[in-house]
Design a protein around this ligand. Structure first.
Ligand code: FAD
Length: 455
């Protein structure tokens, strides 16, 4: 197969738009079909994941397509978690040991708009908005698209069809209908709601610390806030769907305000439209999608379409961007022969996608609960110290995921071994002064092999 094949890409979200840049740069003609109107020409509906955290895996892909300088203008570094306790006391827990180990808050609309502009500037990518995929016939290599305004359905031919249409992927659903098995979707029993801390004054636009990801951890639920360039913060409440403290429980303005007054008193006055936003903004569902088969005939799934994860590790987009660089690497390796590329891509990504899905679920408990635990904080201190002492062998799991490029599955595996080491070292100690560093060295040497290469 030659690189002159046309690519049909379903979904112009973050991952589809980035992949269209890679493919446009490789000389493919790409037609991207997106169900929604173009975000560059319309305002986005309130309450739908306004900003998100970009980390090294995503950054590497943006560097690879040569647009990181433009992306940098959209970024705000976040150095760590700023914990807010019920009394409003603040503690900063740095994300990494080194100053450059930060993650970045970025506007979803800003980033996706830039990606689409850059895709179009390759001269090879055409976006078709308000056109939703409805069906695919893999034997005749045709797909059907419905115009969301006119309801007009068109059936068109494709050479290669890439499905990047997100967690609820219609491409994936068509494959399921065709009998392709191995897909699973699991809803979390917690949902989310977005609120806003507006910008302050021109002199002090950020009403809380700008360069941090704020967390109000409360055990069974939590509030978080990420900064935006205009000084505002997007605040997200994560809470169970049912139970005494839940989305089901609060039915009136008074109940919501009383709950915030009791649990998040230091932020209450910073969210003037609390009740209005709470009742007007949608409650977003969260879940995990896993796939055993990512490809079928000339169709390939990637991004959230094949591996949606809960947002607690800030890795959904980053993982999807890593998909794009991996696909690009394999297209190089197989000289653009899509048939082996599709299988090799699925083989390379499947275990890694499952590993980050599991780590993201685990991280919810860390964010909403463990961060407050002195034992957790002690283990974090020790992990940083071990990284300093054995930099080629021990890297804290959060850092392996966020600041390095080793496969997620490897980070997950090593993370478990490291956690056992930290458990043993802290079994009888509650302070870093009491750690037996000889025992630490022995445990590291006995249980962890040095990294085989620079990740
Ligand atoms: P999407 O962004 O969902 O894009 C899919 C696109 O396909 C959409 O534009 C959709 O309109 C379109 N589409 C759907 N159906 C059709 C159809 N039938 N035909 C045509 N087009 C269709 N990730 C991070 O890395 N860091 C974070 O901090 C982070 N925070 C998050 C916070 C929240 C609250 C949530 C919900 C997610 C977060 N994520 C985060 C995850 C991240 O948003 C996703 O992983 C990412 O958006 C996946 O990109 P995608 O392009 O695969 O899917």
């Amino acid at each position: 197969m030659s690189s002159k094949e046309e690519i049909t890409l379903i979904g112009a979200g973050l991952v589809g738009s980035l992949m269209s840049i890679y493919l446009g740069q490789r000389g493919y003609q790409v037609n991207v079909y997106e169900k929604l109107p173009d975000i560059r020409k319309t305002t986005i509906p309130a309450g739908r994941s306004i900003n998100l955290a970009l980390a090294n895996r995503g950054i590497r892909a943006l560097e690879q397509v040569g647009i990181i300088d433009k992306v940098n203008e959209l970024l705000i570094p976040m150095k760590g978690r700023m914990l807010h306790d019920v009394n409003g006391e603040l503690t900063l827990q740095p994300y990494g040991r080194k100053p450059e180990e930060v993650i970045y808050s970025v506007s979803r609309a800003g980033l996706v708009s830039l990606l689409r502009d850059e895709a179009e500037s390759t001269g090879n990518v055409t976006f078709c908005f308000e056109q939703g995929l409805t069906d695919i016939d893999p034997d005749n290599k045709t797909f059907s698209i419905k115009h969301t305004q006119t309801n007009n359905i068109q059936t068109l031919d494709y050479d290669i069809l890439l499905g990047a249409d997100g967690a609820g992927s219609q491409t994936r659903q068509v494959l399921e209908k065709l009998g392709v098995d191995g897909f699973s979707s699991e809803l979390l029993e917690h949902s989310y709601k977005e609120l806003t801390i507006p910008a302050g004054t021109a002199d002090a636009p950020f009403q809380i610390e700008k360069e941090a990801l704020h967390i109000w951890p409360r055990g069974g639920y939590m509030l978080i806030a990420l900064p935006n360039l205009d000084g505002s913060f997007t605040v997200t409440l994560f809470m169970p769907n049912e139970g005494p403290v839940s989305f089901e429980a609060f039915k009136s303005k008074e109940e919501v305000e009383a709950f915030f007054k009791e649990q998040f008193s230091d932020v209450l006055e910073l969210i003037p439209s609390l009740a209005q936003d709470y009742f007007n903004n949608p409650t977003g569902i969260l879940g995990t999608v896993r796939s055993k088969n990512w490809s079928y005939k000339d169709i390939l799934l990637f991004g959230d379409a094949s591996h949606a994860i809960v947002p607690f590790h800030g890795q959904g987009m980053n993982c999807g961007f890593e998909d794009c660089s991996e696909l690009h690497r394999l297209l190089n390796q197989y000289s653009d022969d899509w048939s082996p590329v599709m299988q090799a891509f699925a083989d390379a990504r499947k275990d890694n996608a499952n590993a980050i899905a599991d780590m993201a679920l685990e991280n919810y408990i860390e964010m909403r609960d463990s961060v407050r635990d002195p034992k957790f904080q002690l283990k974090k201190q020790i992990a940083f110290k071990l990284e300093e002492l054995y930099p080629t062998t021990f890297i804290p799991r959060y850092s392996m995921v966020m600041f390095h490029h080793m496969p997620y599955a490897e980070a997950y595996r090593r993370g478990k071994v490291q956690n056992d080491i930290l458990n043993q070292l802290t079994e009888n100690s509650d302070s870093i002064e009491h750690i037996d560093w000889d025992q630490a060295r022995q445990l590291v040497e006995q249980n962890l092999e040095p990294f085989s290469k620079e990740f």
